[in-house]
Write a protein that binds this ligand. Sequence first.
Ligand code: E4P
Ligand code: PEP
Length: 353
Amino acid sequence: MQQLQDLRVSRIIRLSSPRALKEKLPVTEHIADTVCQARREVEDILSGKDSRMLVIVGPCSIHDIKSARDYASRLHALRKELESEFCILMRVYFEKPRTTIGWKGFINDPHLNDTYDIEHGLFHARKLLIELNEMGLPAATEFLDPISPQYVADLISWAAIGARTIESQTHRQMASGLSMPVGFKNATDGRLQVAIDAIRSAMHQHSFLGIDQEGHSSVITTKGNPFGHLVLRGGSSKPNYDADSIVTAEKQLRKADLSEYLLVDCSHANSGKRFGNQLKVWEDILAQKERGNRSIAGVMIESNICSGNQPFPVKPEELKYGVSITDECVSWEQTEKMLRDGAGFMKQVRSKA
Ligand SMILES: O=C[C@H](O)[C@H](O)COP(=O)(O)O
Ligand SMILES: C=C(OP(=O)(O)O)C(=O)O
């Protein structure tokens, strides 16, 4: 007989099950408290019960655990300092969707050398999330691969479905079963309707193929996620953080009978992928809040220890510490300034309101 399968597969390596990884890296009561409290706070912000802003801030991608820890300890202190105005979560992105090809993130290739040591990637991703939550710093991430949530989702307080996967039924089904609020990005071309359709789809129960905690393929039946919301990230023809675009988004959400609370991504197509423009977006959002906007519930900022990004791939010895290897980020100094100034500004706005 002729060979019919695996004609284009060169290897299959079995991974540890989600349960086995969780036994090695278990959740403590303190970690569970961090995750649950942050999820509750995000839910309250997204339903208007808490008028603080949600701030998802951190590197475009995690590629170096040491610098991620360094960033986290700085952010943890800032989170505490500004907690009366902002609910700050760290962007801890381990999976990168690519327009064509490129490094697909720490879980996929943690050694940054095309060895795809996913077992190591999952272990160290989970370990970092344990450390952050133990410290009291909640984490936000994008879920890209439908299998990876089983390994790490218990440690995540906010999740995104990205602009490149928003139209995918697989991702909408996955979101319907996730335990945290999920932000749905508008499409890369700027269309909002696909994200609105995704929110509505994820609100419903679904049954689909997945894996259980033992790693066995299973039928997963979900209950639906009531905390889906829109994230405006700009589109290929124009940004969508300005007041007119926000009004358009509010109208479309209302028409679909959905909550108007939404997030604005200061980066990606809203910044033209230039880190310097994130400040412009942030200032525009603050000005809209001052003029009485109520629908903008929070923002996303791509930030790292140092500003900009660096070319990748590079030789390991040429890799600069604390600099993004994916999209450009604002520096830590600028992040502190943006958030401190923003908190002072929002305090005045809220006291006048
Ligand atoms: O956030 C990161 C990037 O914008 C996204 O992963 C796409 O990157 P690419 O267009 O460089 O592939
Ligand atoms: C890829 C990302 O965003 P988007 O899906 O909006 O391009 C991201 O936030 O890393």
